[in-house]
Design a protein. Structure first.
Length: 202
């Protein structure tokens, strides 16, 4: 079986956590919960069930059961309708609630107790995040807003309006704290899809 884009996404997610390559041994550890990050297990379950729902009908029952178990075990709501780019990392997944229509770019980071929800004005349109966004612990992002690239949202913040690129925001309601901001992100130097698929070293 050839390398799929799903496999690549899982490689990038795992690399963000460990700076290592995801392999069969790691896959088994992820499923049986042996010395594996809880946050990565959430991301892995989301990726596998989302893919099985779209393509592989025979695997759907297994991955649905695994996904449900993981979400209940860690107290997370991360629907498979959510769209996420490569290199997603979740730290301490407990209490995270994500609206099904949320969209994340590449290399985003989510901490515990984050909520992404709708406003009373429109229940179907919620936040869209650019690349390399950091969502701090306990932050609430509410309503139909756009968050640009390289944005950090402080712990406990309530975000109800859009913000442009390269800012750090915080407070209730959130305001710009730094307008020349670059988030500190770990292990984003993974291979491109083309490099990974060809086996090219970097």
């Amino acid at each position: 079986m050839g390398k799929s884009y799903l496999d690549y996404l899982i490689y990038t997610d795992y690399y963000r956590v460990t700076a290592k390559t995801f392999n069969m041994k790691t896959k088994i550890k992820t499923i049986i919960n042996y010395n594996i990050s809880a946050g990565f297990r959430v991301v892995y379950a989301y990726r596998k069930y989302k893919d099985s729902s779209e393509k592989h009908k025979l695997n759907r029952i297994f991955w649905k059961s695994f996904y449900k178990h993981i979400m209940e075990k860690y107290g997370v709501e991360f629907p498979i309708q959510v769209e996420c780019g490569s290199g997603l990392i979740i730290y301490h997944p407990n209490g995270i609630v994500i609206h099904p229509n949320a969209i994340f770019g590449s290399n985003c980071s989510i901490l515990q107790q984050v909520t992404i929800g709708n406003s009373k004005k429109d229940r179907n349109i919620v936040a869209h995040f650019g690349n390399r966004c950091m969502l701090g612990a306990g932050s609430k992002i509410i309503g139909p807003i756009n968050v640009g690239d390289d944005v950090s949202i402080g712990a406990g913040s309530v975000v109800t309006r859009s913000f442009s690129n390269n800012v750090s925001v915080g407070g209730v309601p959130a305001r710009v704290l730094d307008n020349k901001h670059t988030p500190v992100l770990y292990n984003i130097n993974y291979k491109t899809y083309e490099e990974w698929k060809s086996g090219k070293e970097i």
